[in-house]
Design a protein around this ligand. Sequence first.
Ligand code: CO
Length: 467
Amino acid sequence: MKSDGHAVYDEKSRRMVEQMILAEQRHIAQRQQEDCDCKDGMFPRAAITDRRKFLFAAGSLAGVVGSGGFAHAADNKAPPGAFHFDVPDDPTKEQGRGVAADGGYGSRSQFETEVRWRYPTANDITSWSMTPLEKGLGNLTPSGLHFERHHGGIPTIDPARHSLIVHGMVDTAKKFSMTDIKRFPAVTRKHFIECSGNGLTEWNKPTLKTVQGTHGLLSTSEWTGVPFATIAREVGLQTDAKWVLAEGADAAVMTRSIPMEKMLKDAMITYGQNGEALRPEQGYPLRLLLPGYEGNTHIKWLRRLEVSDKPFMTREETSKYTDLLGDGKARIFTLEMDAKSVITFPSGDMKLPGAGFYNIQGLAWSGRGRIQSVDVSVDGGKTWYPARIDSTPEPICTVRFSFPWVWDGKPAILQSRCIDDTGYVQPTLKQLIAIRGSNGPFGSIYHLNAIQSWAVNETGDVANVHA
Ligand code: CO
């Protein structure tokens, strides 16, 4: 091995990719154990007979019953977020559970098993987890399945003791308690958040098998909070105020510099997610939301905003989250997420049971505005057809699309391509690499928004390919 440091980095990256592949394999194996008959239609590879056996076993288990008649997940086979109950032969022949038997806060069905899986870093304090996009219904990601990226673990913060300090180039520095922030008029908007490292394993060659692995650092929520512009009027901005440092209250004290133009345009100081308080792993009690910006900038556990005339050049915008180009130069402050789409059904590691009708489905999104249209190809991009848009396109929010496909049983390559309302067309991987180069540790790392290809072979197996 060369001792110039670069080769060592490549070896480290190679091991990291190997670990991700192994983690995904473990997740797939577990999913095949847990899938139930209610998942038919998504066509996972596990044989239906195996799944019936598991269901029977699970149904015959006597749950350990806790308060309110609830069995604790740790004590039985119920998946995370669910409780196990015995299944009656005929639910019309015995009484069900009582109103608010759950203690007043609900849980999901014990037959719904989808979970995030985590990239196996040496510890789970600095790591990330991915959203199972192939199981999603509609645009919103359930709060419990929103992808995560932490650099110093998930802090436990008492909102009564949390505050936001706004200072620097302002007329009057101020400290806002959570009560102060909630007294301001709030807005509610649906936006996706995507990590700019989404798909980082996929630059050089198809690496992970499932859409959860290739695209799962993407989630959509309805966010509620106060526009930063309101806070700015409270403190008064000085003439040369051009940048804001946002700082989190986690053990990593995550910091990023944000252009003031963006902060005043649509930044939100959020405390609500999908109709309730933010989840702890999404920044409870306060998170900076920057619609369309790369995920790392949406500072969680927000405690400080420092106004300045220039960026602060933090670790997260110098050694990380920059894009090394083909000529050896690097792009910096590449903050907007480009338009992107992916087919989530059928997608990698599924198996189509035979020729016939399939409703191809997927998601499209852009950090610059609304999705205008989506095209689908079943021949690797030779022919494109307009997809049906299944939800009303909103700015900087995912839309669902679908395409009715009659599979003739011959090999096919499925692709989707979106156009946003700025006229930007999602590129092929070849087009993207021609502009961006391919010289990072994985080829490149950040901002991979190329068209994704899924190959369907004669036996119906669906695989991640570069086409
Ligand atoms: Co970037």
